[in-house]
Design a protein around this ligand. Structure first.
Ligand code: PMP
Ligand code: GLU
Length: 400
């Protein structure tokens, strides 16, 4: 029998991906399950973006692209970074990948050696920790509780840095909490980082456009320019442009790191789909009016979810500023019993119970913080209303 590699022995499947497709499989098998696990907009890709892909096919623009990406797309990304973030990047400082996930994977594989540490504030997006491990690095998880609105404080950052620290991963707006680092908060983190010049920053900005408050989300090097040379921005079109299945992400950062990322890409996928890349050029250069409409809808849904969760016995949550997730505490359900006599001992148990009651969500444990669970509100108001009613009833039916 062929054994799989030791490197992958401790790597679980992505919990977010697994839960999403488990819910879909249950639905296909005829079970009445509402999936609120998926981290993708329920809106279709805007028509003008899809049309650009169709035009690319009709014009025969269907051959391999350079590993770093089409020059036209890298120019469009450089334009976007200037326009949205006032950051100057040349196109040789940008590399396009098959989604931000692969871009991040490439960065870690291209930069980590055994013993290198990667600071990951928790709760975190599931894949940071596992990608760092696959790449041979050591994740250093720093719990960031509700008291700091799930954000890394300067003190906690300072305490986590060692001579082996290679990267600090920041995600803002955050998956799973929706928290956004303000300019002031980022400057305070930058003051700590100034004392540790060996630490690089991976800044995951994939939810950049999904912001519902007054302050826009900016990468740390936009507010602390002294960090520019050691910041690597990871971003992509999946979320804000409703393009999850197109698989377009990118990194922007120091030339030598970006060129290592492109070399690695040349040995794996060569490039992401050329057709998707032409669609991405249109997405970045064309009209973005749809974002405003989408965000209005997301904001209403967010308020609905927060309101209903806080009315459900045993659950509570804060109002997230961005992304399309609510990270809710289920602490007060722990120790209670279901009507079939099972005791809820963890957020995993609570999530299994909700699945029995017809709603799929992701346990906080997958994001490194318990007892919580994540709801994605990228679903219609009708679907959300029905799911929230099921959650409410499920909580109400728990026994002491
Ligand atoms: N970062 C975060 C925080 C995410 O939630 C996702 C969603 N999958 C990604 C990166 C990767 O997105 P994609 O590969 O679709 O660009
Ligand atoms: N990022 C999304 C999520 O957190 C999509 C799935 C994944 O890639 O993790 O659900």
């Amino acid at each position: 029998m062929i054994r799989t590699s030791k490197r992958l022995a401790a790597v679980p499947p992505s919990a977010t991906v697994a839960t999403t497709f488990k819910a879909q499989a249950l639905q296909r098998a005829g079970k009445d399950v509402i999936g609120l696990a998926a981290g993708e907009p329920d809106f279709d890709t805007p028509g003008h973006i899809a049309d650009a892909a169709k035009r690319a096919i009709d014009r025969g623009l269907t051959r391999y692209a350079a590993p770093a990406g089409l020059p036209e797309l890298r120019d469009a990304i450089a334009g976007k970074l200037k326009r949205d973030n006032n950051l100057d990047y040349r196109s040789d400082q940008i590399s396009v990948g098959c989604g931000a996930k692969q871009s991040l994977f490439n960065v870690m594989l291209a930069t980590l050696d055994p013993g290198d540490e990667v600071i990951v504030p928790a709760p975190y997006w599931v894949s940071y920790v596992d990608i760092a491990r696959i790449a041979g690095g050591t994740p250093v998880i720093v719990p960031c509780g509700r008291g700091s609105r799930y954000k890394l404080t300067p003190e906690a950052l300072d305490a986590a840095i060692t001579p082996s620290t290679k990267w600090l991963v920041l995600c803002s707006p955050s998956n799973p909490t929706g928290a956004i680092y303000s300019a002031v908060e980022q400057r305070r983190l930058a003051e700590v980082l100034a004392r540790h010049p060996h630490v690089g920053i991976i800044y995951d900005h994939i939810y950049e456009h999904l912001v519902y408050g007054a302050e826009a989300s900016q990468p740390i090097n936009a507010v602390a320019p002294e960090l520019h040379e050691r910041t690597l921005i990871v971003n992509g079109l999946s979320k804000g442009y409703c393009m999850t299945g197109w698989r377009v992400g990118f990194v922007a950062g120091p030339t030598h790191v970006v060129s290592a990322v492109s070399n690695l890409q040349s040995q794996s996928t060569t490039s992401t789909s050329t057709i998707s890349q032409w669609a991405a050029v249109e997405a970045l250069n064309g009209s973005r009016g749809f974002m405003h409409n989408n965000n209005e809808i997301f904001k209403q849904r967010r308020d609905l979810v927060v309101d209903q969760i806080n009315k459900s016995p045993g659950l509570s949550c804060d109002v997230p500023d961005g992304a399309f997730y609510v990270f809710a505490s289920c602490a007060a359900t722990i120790g209670k019993k279901t009507s079939t006599g099972q005791t809820i001992r963890s957020d995993g148990d609570f999530v299994d119970y909700l699945l029995d009651r017809g709603v799929a969500v992701v346990p906080g444990a997958a994001f490194g913080m318990s007892p919580f669970f994540r709801i994605s509100y990228a679903a219609s108001t009708e679907v959300l209303t029905q799911a929230l009613a099921r959650i409410h009833e499920a909580c109400r039916d728990l026994l002491d």
